[in-house]
Design a protein around this ligand. Structure first.
Ligand code: ADP
Ligand code: MG
Length: 295
């Protein structure tokens, strides 16, 4: 073909189910030497399910009313955990209450007014740090030991319950980590806003040892900048609003298309449209080959 190599590379990437936004993207991808992978929605399928409903003593809530409260607050959110909570409420046939004043803090959780009361659902590390929160923390520790992601539910700033949520690893996650390790000579790093215990549990299953947990969106950026200051060229793979700043800051950014948030898809240099993680090492390899023809 007479097509320039980088344009052929874009076409080939398309055949692998990856939408690369420009030829420059392919050129840059061919030079990455470090890979940072997000956890929820990237290494995992991103369709987590609620496994535990634990109202706290004194809350006056039963499992259904706890779930109703959490699902109402989560309803406007596009986060995979939020969708799990809403789906669990639907499966039980629970009615959701309309909310007001919805706000979401990427990497932390959501807050909304439900029936005139402020409901917050999110990362327990930050929500259950006050002195009176010990009962909730004990439930969180128990769930995280079991490899679950625990989410705290607060009503008017008081902890009223904890939800356990479990997500499945993508079937091609371990093979992808192995392929990326071969390509770069370095094992990929896991970057996650989730808790350390759940993150290590999952990392061990795919052969990742370098785990950075409990990260806010700006912490993911800081990690990327630290490596790039050492002369590394980092590829970030993510799906969430919380990954967008790191996708933008990194040498290269790839978003998972199927469950990915609009912001991640718009920010990334390339999008995995066919929802196969294994497409990533394939297009890195492709980009390298294309560069060899250009230079
Ligand atoms: P990851 O980096 O693994 O994709 P996120 O940064 O999206 O994870 O989320 C990190 C943590 O923040 C979650 O494990 C959860 O505790 C909390 N969180 C974020 N968004 C929500 C939400 N909509 N509902 C409940 N918890 C949330
Ligand atoms: Mg994610």
């Amino acid at each position: 073909s007479t097509m320039p190599p980088l344009l052929s590379a874009i076409a080939n990437a398309g055949r692998h189910g990856v939408l690369a936004k420009s030829a420059v993207v392919m050129e840059r991808l061919g030079r990455i030497d470090t890979v940072a992978l997000d956890k929820t929605g990237t290494l995992t399928e991103g369709t987590p399910r609620v496994t535990d409903l634990r109202p706290l003593p004194g809350s006056g809530l039963d499992q259904d009313s706890l779930l109703m409260l959490a699902a109402s607050a989560e309803h406007p959110s596009e986060h995979p955990l939020a969708r799990a909570v809403v789906a669990a409420a639907r499966e039980r046939g629970l009615p959701l209450t309309g909310v007001e004043d919805f706000t979401s803090a990427p990497g932390r959780g959501v807050t909304a007014t439900v029936d005139g009361r402020t409901v917050t659902v999110g990362a327990p590390a930050r929500l259950l740090d006050a002195a009176g929160h010990q009962p909730g923390r004990a439930v969180v520790a128990e769930l995280e030991e079991a490899g679950r992601t625990a989410v705290a539910v607060l009503r008017d700033q008081e902890p009223v319950g904890v939800l356990g949520i479990a997500d499945r690893l993508r079937p091609d996650a371990a093979a992808t980590v192995a392929a990326l390790t071969r390509l770069t000579g370095r094992t990929p790093i896991l970057l996650t806003g989730d808790n350390e215990r759940a993150a290590r549990h999952l990392a061990a299953e795919v052969g990742i040892t370098d785990v950075r947990a409990g990260l806010l969106p700006q912490d993911k950026v800081a990690a990327v900048q630290e490596w790039e200051a050492q002369g590394r060229r980092v590829l970030v793979v993510g799906d969430g609003v919380n990954d967008a700043p790191a996708l933008a800051a990194a040498h290269s950014g790839i978003a998972m298309g199927k469950a990915g948030s609009d912001l991640a898809l718009e920010t990334a240099d390339a999008v995995v449209v066919r929802d196969e993680l294994a497409a990533i090492p394939s297009i890195v390899q492709l980009s390298r080959t294309a560069r060899r023809f250009v230079i």
